[in-house]
Design a protein around this ligand. Structure first.
Ligand SMILES: [Zn+2]
Length: 85
C-alpha cells in the first residue's frame, strides 16, 4: 500500500482517527467525517425517512445505551438532540 494513513480530527465527534479516505457528511455533502459518523448520519436519515420524526423514547434509549458503551458516541447523540429541537 503506497497511501500513507492521514490522521485527523472528525469535526462531528471530535475524535482523532484515520481520515485518509473520510466519509462525506450528508449535511453539507463536502465535509470529511469519520466512518462511524458517516454511518450514524445515514442511519439517522433512514429513521427520519421511515418515521418522519424520531420518538423521544428512541433518543433516550439510544443515549442510555451509548453512555454504557462509549462516552465518545454520546457526543453524537447530543447532536441528534439538537436536530430534534
Ligand atoms: Zn466522527
Amino acid at each position: 500500500m503506497s497511501e500513507k494513513t492521514k490522521f485527523g480530527k472528525c469535526p462531528r465527534c471530535d475524535t482523532t482517527c484515520d481520515m485518509t479516505w473520510p466519509a462525506i457528511s450528508r449535511r453539507d455533502n463536502k465535509t470529511g467525517i469519520c466512518s462511524g459518523c458517516g454511518g450514524s448520519e445515514a442511519l439517522f436519515d433512514m429513521k427520519m425517512h421511515r418515521k418522519k420524526q424520531l420518538l423521544k423514547n428512541e433518543y433516550n434509549n439510544d443515549i442510555k445505551m451509548q453512555q454504557e458503551i462509549d462516552s465518545q458516541i454520546v457526543s453524537e447523540c447530543h447532536w441528534l438532540i439538537k436536530v430534534q429541537e
